[in-house]
Design a protein around this ligand. Structure first.
Ligand code: GRF
Length: 219
């Protein structure tokens, strides 16, 4: 059985969707560990209620990013994960950590990358008057939110949208679908990272997969 670890910092709505799809067998893996850098992350309660092992590794308990990442890597190595999902994990990882998990590390980012890397994406999209917005699953690389994109989905931005309504629509209509799907493909061996290239079923992706590539279970 493949093993999946999930890193969180917040409410864990992405984690919730991942748990659901693991339980349904859509993601062929057991959820071996959920780690949060914040003890007050709501996602920890979700994981515990689902009987999943949890661990808090508080970043302010470490002298440096390198020390924090080393503790994270040690905790992850204890479950030897085939994939690690950054599900609302709000820490920038060091190159050494990324190198150790290269090819097994997927992040979800709430924008149509390469547009809008970084924080407060919904607000920035509204301020710029963008008509389209969305979310992207990508392999993690040293460039913040800059790794090779795997799967991306878009929504229309309406004039009535607020940061809250837009964030909720991107989460519900895109994130909660594309992250479990991408993790399923990765754990089934359909996705590989070769250098900076994403291979999907052996073919190099010229562009990220889209919502209409989703399998029925993830729609
Ligand atoms: C999600 O929108 C994710 O894309 C972003 O932060 C939010 C986390 O939500 N990184 P949750 O913790 O999964 O509820």
């Amino acid at each position: 059985m493949k093993r999946l670890a999930v890193l969180i910092s917040g409410r864990g709505r992405n984690l919730e969707a991942i748990i659901r799809h693991c339980r349904a067998g859509h993601i062929p893996a057991e959820l071996a560990l959920v780690i949060s850098n914040r003890a007050d992350a709501g996602g920890l309660l979700t994981a515990r209620a689902a009987g999943i092992a949890t661990q808090v590794i508080a970043h302010d308990g470490y002298a440096s990013r390198v020390d924090f990442d080393a503790a994270l890597a040690t905790a992850l190595d204890s479950v030897a994960p085939d994939a690690v999902a950054l599900a609302g994990f709000m820490r920038i990882l060091t190159p050494a950590f990324i190198a150790q998990f290269q090819g097994r590390l997927l992040n979800i980012h709430p924008s149509l990358l390469p547009e809008y890397p970084g924080l407060h994406t919904h607000r920035r999209v509204l301020e710029d008057g963008q008509r389209r917005h969305g979310a992207t699953v990508h392999f993690v690389s040293d460039a913040l939110d800059g790794g090779p994109a795997v799967l991306q989905g878009g929504v229309a931005v309406t004039p009535e949208d607020t940061e809250q309504t837009l964030a909720m629509r991107v989460l519900q209509q895109v994130e909660l679908k594309i992250f479990p799907q991408a993790l399923s493909w990765l754990l089934r061996g359909d996705l590989q990272l070769r250098g900076a290239q994403v291979l999907f079923r052996g073919q190099a992706l010229a562009a990220p997969l889209r919502l209409d590539d989703l399998e029925d279970e993830f729609c």
